[in-house]
Design a protein around this ligand. Sequence first.
Ligand code: F0G
Length: 461
Amino acid sequence: MNNKYSAEPFRIKMVEPIKETTRAEREMLLKNAGYNPFSLKSEDVYIDLLTDSGTGAMSQEQWSAMILGDEAYAGSKSFYKLDAVVKNITGYKYMMPVHQGRGAEQVFLPQLVTKPGMVYISNIHFDTTRAHVELAGARAIDSVIKECFIMDHYHPFKGNFDLEKLESIILEKGADHVAGIIMTLTNNSAGGQPVSMENIKAVRKIALKYNIKTIIDGARYAENAYFIKQREKGYENKAIIDIAREMCSYADAFLMSAKKDGLVNMGGLIVINDDEALFNKCKERAIPYEGFPTYGGMNGRDIEAMAVGLMEALDERYLKYRIDQVRYLGDRLREAGIPIQYPIGGHAVFVDCKQVAPHIPPHQFPALAVCNALYLEAGIRAVEIGSLLMGRDPDTHENVPTEMEYMRLTIPRRVYTYRHMDVIADAMIHVYEHRNELKGYEFVYEPPMLRHFTATFKIKD
Ligand code: F0G
């Protein structure tokens, strides 16, 4: 390792032992889990790359802030601390905490669905976002640039909207049938790929032209701001927080799962720019689902940790280490010839399993096959982002066709070391060398919605 990858800007003060299992044990554990990594117990996982959501390590400042948690039902001191931090970052007028990102989605997204036949348009909707769009009675349409799907093709902002497609969807559906445009920053499902400021601005311009609201899905907005600083002309000398503020200035609302760039294990946010009536509607809906708007499903302790974590995640030294570590893993895989989404994204390395296992058709889930092989090889748990996750069309019940058959190696924040990255890379290289032996899967149980979480499978002969 050299200076190309920055070392951890912290030292470790508390450790959690992790168990190792034998291959024979893992074979049994995986079979008992119905070949679905979501059903494994985490103690049976050596390195857990299922998600970067709520899996990060908190700092000493966050832990000590928790002592100050004010557990009042209404108007706690902790709430007002968070309120000040969030308004400082976003520049918006109204905010409320919620228990996590999907809490924000379920309170906010139905507000803009005012009649039948409406759609939300996103660069790519995250799976829970898509589910909440559908639960609200609308449909989710994605409009990402086509370079996003050319794995080895360098594009600095592969998460960008396809602006022409965006406008043509608006014209086809009719502007009054577009509930909103959701800018997912970074674009999780496309490989944690960033969206440029230029693209965000252009989306805003189109939205204003048709009088449509823009919403930032800001789960990984700090990582997006870091990429803008690295790659976009004119931003190289700007502070991350100023880039974040500018991003927010092009939207009407900011929904956040704080479990990512809030550096907390639980929490979320609804932040609204200046539409008081919309905020009031969100407050009304939040009460029966999330709780009184000054706690929103959170306790004072966790709100304190979030107020601190949001600022820590904007620290450039932290972000450099974070993005470098993910890139280190990706570079090792790429050097071994493994097809990955390139350039490497913010929170994860995405392996293109369509290329790893071309002999497994989409409906037998090639990326699930690779995930399970990696678990068997080294006890590493990754996650499928492909045909399985995309699910079925709510109208036709056909499998949604998708270009993506990814295995996501998602790196928790401040948790694993560079040596862990080597263990992951070595195991993945071994799986890749034996890729011809991979087999597909078929359903034993297929749930009707968000099927990837609880489905069970058997190996296809
Ligand atoms: N939006 C994006 C872009 C996300 O990645 C997630 C969660 C959510 C919204 C929902 O937030 O989990 O707090 O309810 N992503 C996690 C993941 C689960 O593994 O990518 P949540």
